[in-house]
Design a protein around this ligand. Structure first.
Ligand SMILES: Nc1ncnc2c1ncn2[C@@H]1O[C@H](COP(=O)(O)OP(=O)(O)OP(=O)(O)O)[C@@H](O)[C@H]1O
Length: 305
């Protein structure tokens, strides 16, 4: 199990990571989510040992002491020597991580195969696609068989094919390591991770499995579509006590509520009594994106009022 305890880092007066604590069991995968500037990259760099924290610890239960030898890290913008072949690059990474020449060669071959690049091992990295480069970056991060794998935005810059390849690889890798990765793409978090950790301004504002987080918010969503502009109903519905938030997209209103039963009945009663020009009405579960927006907004309101 990996334990992160009260990790803190400031740049000048800016508390970028502010007392961050969480733990993750071996064989579990966690997505680190948060808006731009939340502190995700800094957290991963602190965990990788590339950056020193002001205070706090990262601890691996099975391997007490310096954990850097057990960490594999893929930065957000990995740099490659384009003139090297894929295999040469892996050999270089393996030697840098302290493996003997013979072991480096063995691991490089194994990893090229593992990430599906065996047929391209003699091709220069400059000729690799974005997805191939990212898979090579992952191969580099796991060359020394780390217990923890940290990936910073591993799929954000990729096209749909590249994303699919890397997500499939992550599905495989999470069976063997503790996998922690940051992402902006909430669908990817839903697909690959067992748990999420939502950060805002250097703090954890939500964590747990996606289902736990969803049920903790007891949030349901009603969608109303009118045949004319929905603005005036937004203002009206916002005054209802059971309604948390209303979002308008032209004629469509998304209404976030704590008790959909009461609100549903009232909407239907009023719609029929007052002849609202309603063309569509739906009750649904919120998406991770809805929760993300709600949690970040709540945190911002709580801390800046
Ligand atoms: N070396 C540094 N010196 C000064 N400020 C820094 C440094 N590194 C990061 N920051 C600041 O810390 C804040 C958090 O940055 P970080 O890159 O960790 O956020 P993030 O959540 O990864 O954001 P993004 O999603 O945009 O990558 C930002 O305001 C950034 O400008």
């Amino acid at each position: 199990m990996m334990k992160v305890d009260k990790l803190t880092k400031s740049f000048g007066k800016h508390h970028v990571v502010d007392g961050l604590s969480f733990q993750l069991e071996t064989g579990r995968c966690m997505a680190l989510l948060g808006p731009n500037g939340a502190g995700k990259t800094t957290t991963l760099r602190l965990m990788s040992g590339l950056l020193l924290p002001d205070s706090g610890t990262v601890h691996l239960e099975e391997s007490p002491g310096d954990i850097r030898a057990h960490i594999g890290y893929l930065p957000q913008h990995p740099q490659f020597h384009g003139w090297m072949t894929g295999r040469e690059f892996l050999l270089y990474a393996a030697r840098l991580s302290g493996l003997s020449k013979q072991e480096a060669g063995r691991r490089a071959d194994l990893m090229m195969d593992r990430v599906g690049l065996k047929d391209f091992q003699s091709k220069r990295v400059s000729r690799y696609s974005g997805g191939m480069k990212q898979r090579l970056g992952i191969a580099q991060a796991i060359i020394h068989q780390p217990k923890v794998l940290l990936l910073d935005e591993p799929v954000s810059a990729l096209d749909p094919i590249g994303r699919r390849e890397v997500l499939d690889l992550m599905e495989e890798l999470k069976k063997e390591t503790i996998l922690l990765y940051s992402t902006h793409i909430l669908n990817d978090a839903e697909e690959v991770s067992d748990e999420i950790l939502l950060m805002h301004e250097g703090k954890v504002i939500e964590s747990g499995t996606i289902d736990e987080v969803k049920s903790r918010h007891h949030m349901e969503k009603l969608t109303l579509k009118y045949s004319i502009d929905g603005e005036k109903w937004r203002d009206y519905l916002s005054t209802w006590p059971e309604v948390n938030r209303v979002e308008t997209h032209k004629q469509t209103l998304h209404v976030y509520v704590t008790d959909s039963g009461t609100v549903r009945k009232r909407v239907l009663d009023e719609a029929s009594r007052n002849e609202w020009p309603l063309v569509h009405f739906e009750v649904g579960r919120p998406t991770l994106e809805d929760l993300f927006i709600k949690a970040v907004k709540n945190h911002a309101v709580d801390h800046h009022l």
